[in-house]
Design a protein around this ligand. Structure first.
Ligand SMILES: Cc1cc2nc3c(=O)[nH]c(=O)nc-3n(C[C@H](O)[C@H](O)[C@H](O)COP(=O)(O)O)c2cc1C
Length: 324
């Protein structure tokens, strides 16, 4: 069954790219798009920076036609500012606006936003209502279980989402205090699904296509979201879709395909981020493309010491020479 939220129609058992600050920029999303995710999230942006039309911030949430459908995520803690930012974001044309209620990073939760809002549910309600009323497109929310293990309040939070007009929610079932420690507890997703009527997206620790199927089967969630594994394995969305539809998937990605996608990612990074920033951005990513090769560190040494795009491309094309 498709998942329909106004004009946004997602295929049966949608598989969604998570918002990841520092990763889900345009080049990354265009690479993911080749693998056919059902929906992709931008990196999150600070609502106050959006209001001040900070150039770097607005650039982060630019959308290209060919990557649709896309959700733009905002964070903040002042309801009026969040609503104003949402209106500006709506003009950029996303299919969905998402509100972050889960970020544990001190730069966000330390300033009263993200997961810090889970300590003040009346403020969560106010933010949701203001944002929902400010825009015409659907608004979703993404959250964690609560601040820490002694204050888990996810069941109250999801009720607030529902009552304030949020149209879809994503749960990463860890507390703020856990950050990324331990395992996400998918049992919460199953129990939440029983208690709400709006679409629920399950997130957390989906590493393999088998995990993806298990998340659907165990929890009954309406969709799943993948974050870190999309960075580590850019083919994951195709593998998951193949497994969900055909019961099998290719797990060994040939070196030729790894090189092709890496060069494409490099070229897109140069095109959209500029030569210098694009080159630096790729340094975070090479190991994911070639981690299966032995002695990857020699390849990294070689490619990191080079600043000429043509030469870098040539080094990627001949990766085997540097990894044996
Ligand atoms: C580097 C990084 C950046 C992230 N940035 C965001 C963000 O901007 N907004 C957000 O809601 N979650 C963010 N997250 C959390 C992910 O969206 C996701 O909820 C989390 O990684 C769990 O999913 P996973 O196990 O599939 O990675 C980030 C996670 C990582 C690792």
């Amino acid at each position: 069954m498709t998942l329909k939220i106004d004009g946004l129609i997602l295929e049966d058992r949608p598989v969604i790219l998570a918002p990841m600050d520092g990763y889900t920029n345009i080049p990354f999303r265009l690479i993911m798009k080749e693998m056919n995710p059902s929906l992709m999230f931008t990196e999150f942006v600070n609502s106050d920076a959006v209001i001040h039309e900070n150039k770097k911030t607005i650039n982060k949430i630019r959308i290209l036609e060919e990557e649709r459908p896309v959700a733009i995520q905002i964070f903040g803690h002042k309801p009026e500012n969040m609503a104003e930012a949402a209106k500006i974001v709506e003009d950029l044309g996303p299919e969905l606006i998402d509100i972050n209620f889960g970020c544990p990073a001190p730069t966000v939760s330390g300033h009263g936003s993200g997961a810090a809002l889970l300590k003040n549910l009346p403020l969560v309600a106010k933010i949701c209502e203001k944002v929902v009323n400010a825009v015409k497109i659907p608004v979703s929310a993404k959250t964690r279980l609560g601040w820490d293990s002694s204050t888990i309040n996810i069941f109250q939070t999801v009720k607030i989402f529902e009552e304030s007009g949020i149209r879809m929610m994503t749960i990463h079932p860890r507390t703020k205090a856990q950050k990324f420690d331990g395992k996400s507890d998918w049992n919460y997703i199953r129990e939440i699904k029983k208690s709400i009527s709006i679409p629920l997206i399950g997130n957390g620790d989906i590493i393999t296509p088998e995990d993806a199927l298990e998340m659907f089967t165990l929890t009954g969630c309406d969709g799943i979201m993948i974050g870190r594994e999309a960075v580590k394995n850019p083919w994951i969305f195709k593998q998951v879709r193949d497994f969900l539809t055909k019961g099998e998937y290719f797990s060994d990605i040939p070196v030729a395909e790894r090189k092709r996608l890496c060069v494409k990612h490099f070229d897109l990074s140069i095109k959209y981020l500029g030569a210098y920033k694009g080159m630096l951005e790729m340094r975070k990513l090479y190991q994911n493309y070639f981690k299966s090769l032995p002695n990857i560190k020699y390849f990294k040494q070689k490619v990191f010491s080079c600043t000429d795009p043509e030469q870098i491309r040539a080094i990627i094309e001949s990766v085997e020479e540097f990894t044996c």
